[in-house]
Design a protein around this ligand. Sequence first.
Ligand code: UTP
Length: 478
Amino acid sequence: MSKYTKEQLAAILEPVGQTQVLRFWEKLAPAEQEHLGDQITSIRWAEVSRWSQNALHGGESTGIPLEKLVPAPYAPLKPENAAQSATQAEAIAVGEELLRQGKVAGFTVAGGQGTRLGYDGPKGTYCFSPVRNKSLFQYFAEALLRNMEKYQTVIPWYIMTSPANHQATVEFFEDNGYFGLDKANVRFFIQGQLPGFDQNGKAILEAPGSLALFANGHGGTLAALRDSGTLDDMEARGVEYLAYWQVDNPLVSVCDPLFLGLHHLSGSEMSARALIKRDAMEKLGHFCILDGQTIIVEYSDMPMDLLKQTDESGRLRFRAGSPAIHVISRQFIRRLTNGTLALTPHRALKKISYVDENGALVKPEAPNGIKLEFFIFDALPLAKNPMILEADRSEQFAAIKNPAGSDSPDSCRADLQERTAKWLEVAGVAVPRKADGSLDATLEISLKRAVCAADVKALVDDGVIAKAIPAGGTLVLD
Ligand code: UTP
């Protein structure tokens, strides 16, 4: 006997017109009934139905009055005057002190499905590094280890997973001894899910006794931080700031003192790094101001004329793009999640497998339904004093999204090795290059040893790294 009756569940579903999900009820085994009942009772149907109806009937328009958009100002990475130089020096000192005092935690969103990469497993377990074939998770772990050593501190690491990849993620860390991190300082939590809907707004069954549920987007972070007790954990540890990054960007500087310090000094509740777009068509979200508030407008929502507009100096007017690197204050998350969250999910048209009237699984050839996803950057306009700081792309960003071409493991490896080469060259090492300027060596320095140019210089000065690398050679430092 299941703990639910059909009538009980129908009473929940009737007001929102979703009783079709009970159509196989009589044929389900008790365990299946229980599973479906658990799913149904975990969903706030009134709210979710409103979102799905808006998503289905809201049309293509985002509702953003595009004519009112202006580019958001950002702080340049290279100071442009003495005052900016002084502010940056102060910010670096403040950021380092925040790290030393244990006020910063690392935070990785790792709940995505990584559909584009097509890798079967949590994306963080994907191995990619040039020589040692390390995983993305190992990269971040080693960067955290070096920062902890440098600042003689503990940097807790929070990792958001999804129901689909949680177990495999935790097992990966267990199997790999947490890559040398203290297990007590690594905390996983699972993000929420939302049902997928067909074009008529009906929740989809992926099996006769199971709703098709999907991770609710990286914006699911906020509620999940609260619901999982992670905010309480931060509070208990005295952590004030989350350094936020995505699981597929191994170049990210996990704890950048300048960024942390500027966030603190500017009284910002949520800050963001900005990449200067390579060209008008680069697919990054755009930092904009709308009615005095900082927002990110997705690439697909920007009309061509705005994408291509240039300013008086000939540069793209909307050139600040988002690599999804943030600092978020704990107090802000507490404030945002102290009641019901004001975020609205975005819709994505997707192919969603469903069961037909006979209970057989159908895999559609074309998008047949919608998924709802919250975006973390929708919290930006709700933050006080949001601060945007330019990032050096070659130092901070090389994402792994696609199996080949741009934003692929190959392009990421190349960018990673270029960064290592740059750090080596700054330290006076002769790095072999081919006639076209490309690298003629394979390079991998563990982030455990060096997370910046200064770290590499110290290793060169100490004789740990030789001053020259033979053409076609390999430099590995574990
Ligand atoms: P993407 O938007 O690139 O999605 O996620 P994805 O699922 O990784 O990849 P595709 O689109 O299916 O190919 C950006 C970041 O947000 C996280 C991802 O893990 C990645 O770090 N994310 C995304 C979540 O944590 N939860 C989600 O529900 C979605």
